[in-house]
Design a protein around this ligand. Structure first.
Ligand SMILES: NC(=O)c1ccc[n+]([C@@H]2O[C@H](COP(=O)([O-])OP(=O)(O)OC[C@H]3O[C@@H](n4cnc5c(N)ncnc54)[C@H](OP(=O)(O)O)[C@@H]3O)[C@@H](O)[C@H]2O)c1
Length: 228
């Protein structure tokens, strides 16, 4: 399958590497492909530079947002939450029309330091903003409540039966995302479908507690487990 991964940070790299290794044609979207590929500064959290990462993942193509979105049959949004609307506008509504967008972005504003605040909350969410702006796309919010390595390796936690959440208006799109998540190693019973895209408010608003838990626990390798 041709998959566009919009975003070149830790999430974009982790997802692109996994999907490419699994045999998909992965086209990464970025503002300026040649500038991005020539980045030699180390990545965040001890990750290699983008240039080194790209050398280790020669099959992943790096293109403009518009080219990536045009070629992708499925779109993964792994752009910075404060820039998501801009990145998707650059991608082009025509290139997103009719396609599933797995939206992993969180609308976090770090401009005033830690902890960040949400740029949208309570009565709206980034997921809804994306769905409203691109009504022809099928937005599914998901994976935004987990650190990137855990998204693709739920078994890395000793504790079993932890959960992730999805939300979106289109049932078929949520089914496609569920299949993708199962390929990442998630079991169906770990995936909680909260309902329509307004439920992105709930999962994006988990980030203030997620960030505080990371500080308290001293690690990003944890997840929510819902007990009934
Ligand atoms: N890090 C995690 O473990 C984690 C977990 C869950 C959810 N998330 C969410 O996933 C998203 C990606 O996180 P990340 O840590 O991988 O990377 P990030 O640093 O939050 O975002 C990097 C991406 O945002 C793009 N970007 C930044 N400013 C832009 C602008 N003005 N216009 C267009 N694009 C712009 C960058 O474009 P260029 O490629 O052109 O530089 C890059 O592709 C975020 O929304 C984050 O909240 C992250």
């Amino acid at each position: 399958m041709k998959i566009a991964v919009l975003g070149t940070g830790m999430v974009g790299q982790t997802i692109a590497e996994n999907l490419s290794t699994a045999g998909n044609e992965v086209i990464m979207g970025t503002r300026d492909p040649s500038k991005t590929v020539s980045r030699t500064e180390p990545g965040s959290f001890g990750r290699p530079s983008f240039n080194d990462w790209k050398k280790a993942n020669p099959n992943v193509q790096v293109k403009s947002y518009a080219e990536a979105a045009q070629q992708g049959e499925l779109i993964v949004n792994a752009t910075n939450g404060t820039a998501t609307m801009q990145a998707l506008e650059e991608s082009g509504a025509d290139n997103l029309n009719g396609k599933v967008i797995l939206d992993i972005a969180n609308p976090l504003d770090f401009s005033k330091g830690m902890p960040p605040t949400l740029t949208v909350c309570n009565t709206d969410s980034l997921g809804e903003q994306v769905q409203r702006k691109f009504p022809g796309a099928k937005v599914v919010k998901g994976l935004n409540t987990l650190t990137a390595p855990l998204m693709l390796n739920p078994g890395m936690l000793k504790e079993e039966g932890h959960h992730l959440f999805i939300a979106g208006n289109d049932e078929d799109a949520k089914q496609k995302v569920t299949e993708l998540l199962k390929n990442f190693g998630w079991k169906e019973e770990q995936i909680i479908d909260l309902g329509d895209i307004t439920n992105a408010r709930g999962t994006e608003q988990l980030l203030p507690i997620w960030i505080r838990l990371m500080g308290k626990l001293g690690t990003p390798f944890f997840n929510f487990k819902i007990a009934k």
